[in-house]
Each structure stands twice: as structure tokens, then as C-alpha cells.
Design a protein around this ligand. Sequence first.
Ligand code: 4AD
Ligand code: MG
Length: 434
Amino acid sequence: MSHTSTTLAENTPPISSSFQEVLGWVHGIRGNNHVQFLQFRTNGKIIQVVIEKEKLGEETFKFLKTIPQETSLRILGYHSENPKAPGGKELVLESFDIIGASGNYPITPKEHGPDFLHNHRHLWLRSKRQIAILKVRSELSFAIREFFRNEEYTLIDTPILTGSVGESAGTLFSTEYFDLGQAYLAQTGQLYLETAAFSHSKVYCFGPTFRAEKSKTRRHLTEFWMLEAETAFLNNEENISFQDRFIRTLVETVAKRCLPELQILERDVDSLFASVRTFFPKINYSEAISILQSKGETIEWGEDINAEREAILTEHFKSALFIKNYPRAIKAFYMKQNPEDLRTVLCADLIVPDVGEIIGGSEREESYDKIVERIKEENLPIESYDWYLDLRKFGSVPHSGFGMGQERILAWICGLPHVRECIPFPRMIYRLHP
Ligand code: 4AD
Ligand code: MG
């Protein structure tokens, strides 16, 4: 179906303007009986297209006035300055062709509940806020890789199908694997990354990881993306300083590159920039427990710090903070025992306001005997770790690393209450569709 109104020669545009063909979708349309303003989505941006009755004629004007949302079009028009239009510019429509029809589009400008929107995630992706979030995600992914390349880290792609438990036996997805028994979806790339740190010294991986999380919370997905780094000859304190620099650089870089998107999301960027201007406080787990107790929390030394209590601590410090040296019993088997307090391990979590933990990291146990003892204590099948234990036999060195959840840091940057909008197709215990 082709709707060509006046020919271009008949209707000469102002000399300074230029004609342009734009391909995209009808995002919305509003106006009056003489002029309509089409919100047209192209390349993930919404531009304003002016539709003038006088120029296009009664019939075409009437047709366009009721054109269904999400109809795809090829339009031809010329640019014109308009301080009131988004970006100060608009396109004055000359002609158009319909590429694909639409009708009864389920997501309308009115309010919809989260369930409805998640059921229509494949279409919801077209909305302005969702476009903004995924654009920030894309910039975040790029900035992560850029940071590690600048720091001369080597990217190591760790496997997604694994034969040993990477993190904890409680949240494994498993599947039959031919004649070899069970395979698991990777909960972490860390153990493989450690092996590569012994060849490249500074390595990272960045990919999807899986956890059969039974918890329905604002910050848990069953499939999420994790950035992990591993560095040989680095101790826990140096590892924490590196993370501090990484996160502050990353947030600042992404926020600077995504100002228009953060504006759409109504994120207070001044406070975001301010929050990464100075080093994050670093406290011990024991200190965190004392602070919580002083605020009336009934928490004992040895207990994990849940999301609510993390929020109390970020509120107390009015900042993101590192909590170091958690009890050994509540942390993963690979963390190095703290020689100054054997009940604890040399580790740190980075906790940020409104989201909570975004990083878990530690120095790794380098002693063969101690790590074997921990694997046994956790009732993990020792035979599946033979390759990992080899690292402690052939030139074992101090080494440290960490993992950062991409959706969690994105939720912080964008100021979103839930990680489920931070990934194109969220996977949660109650959601696998679409
Ligand atoms: O603290 P975690 O479990 O640490 C590890 O997996 C280590 N092996 C990382 C390492 O040292 N190489 O997870 C790291 C981060 C968390 O801080 C959190 O940001 C994110 O991964 N994360 C999740 N994000 C969304 N949904 C979940 N279910 C998550 N579980 C962890
Ligand atoms: Mg953790």
C-alpha cells in the first residue's frame, strides 16, 4: 500500500532542510484536525513527524490520524527546527509507505500491571523505558570489556556445561549428559578462570550463569550475566582496591554515555555521580554485625547479612561499602582462611544502596590440604575437582578474584527496584515465557 501525497518537486522544502527516508514504527500519534504529531520509533529513538492536512490532503490526513500503533512505515520528509520537538528537530512528512500493518496492539499508553507486561515482554521491549534500560545494558557490557582490555586482562570464555559444582550444591540446574551422568549449568566461571589465571595472570569472563534460586526476590534471577575477574599474585586487599576502581570507573563511564537514557528513567544522575566520586568504605563483617546490633537488629555473629540488613548498612554509611572477612562457614569452599582470625575468610562483598550485594569476591585458598578439607566439609564430590586441585600442586600462588552481577549493577545505575527489567528476557522460578 503506497500513500504518496504531493510530489517532491511541487512542494519545495526550505533550502536549509534536507530530505530523509526513515524506517520505523508508529509509537503514538496525537494532534488536532489540521496537524498531527506522529511519534515515530527508529533506531531505538523516538522522533517527531509532523503531518499537515494542508500538505497531504484530507484523505491521507484522515488515514494517518487513526493509523494503528506499531504499524511499520517507510517515511520521507524533511527536517525542520522546532524547539518544542524532542531534540529540537522534527521531520515534516512528505510521503510514506506501509511496510507491515498492525492493530489492537496490546500495550497501550495506559497503565498495565507487571504480570501483564512480563507476559508481553516480546512487545514491551518496544516501550521507551525498556529501550532506555537495554541501551544502558549494552553500554555497560561494552564498558566492562573496555575496562578489562585497558587493564590488559585476557578474556577467557568459560564453559556453560560443567561437571563440578562451582558455587554451592543448593542451587544447581542439572541435566543428563550422555553416558557421563549429570552435567550442570554453570553457576560461575570462576574455577575455570582460576586455571587460566595460571597461564595469563590476569583474566576475565563475562557470560550467562545459572542458579536454581527458589527465592522470589527483587534481586534474584535464575539466569543472569556475571562478570568475573581472576588475578594471579593479588591478595584480598589489592583485589578490593581493584574492584573499587573498576566499579567507580564503570558507573561513571556508563552514566556519562547514557545521560539521555537515564533522563528517560528519571534517575537522579547527580547523586549517582556523587556516589562514585570517592573510595567506598571498607568494614569487617564483625563491625557490620556490631553496627546492626547497635541499631536494634537481633543478629548474631555467624549469621549471613540479608538484603534488609544490607540496606540498613548502606543507609548508615550513606554509601556503597565493602564488607570484608565473613565467617568461613557461610562462604564458598574456595575462599582463603584468614590467618589472623581462623573463623573467617579473606573475602569481600560490595553492597550498594537500594540493590544490596553486587559483587562477591575473595582471595582463593592456595593450600592443597586446606581446600581438600573444605571440599569434603561441603560434601562436594572430590573426584570431580581433580583438575582444579592440580592448580594447588603445580606452582600454586596467591590469587584473588570476584564476580559482579550485571543485572544488579544495572538496577543500581538505572535506579530500578527490580532486576527483572534489567535483562531482555528474565528467567525466574515462576517465569520461562516468553
Ligand atoms: O557472590 P556470588 O555467588 O560469587 C560467585 O559466584 C563467585 N564465584 C564470583 C567470583 O569470585 N568469581 O555471585 C557474584 C554476584 C553477586 O554479587 C550478584 O551480584 C550476582 O553475582 N548474583 C546474582 N544476580 C542475579 N540473580 C542471582 N540469582 C544472582 N546470584 C548472584
Ligand atoms: Mg555472594
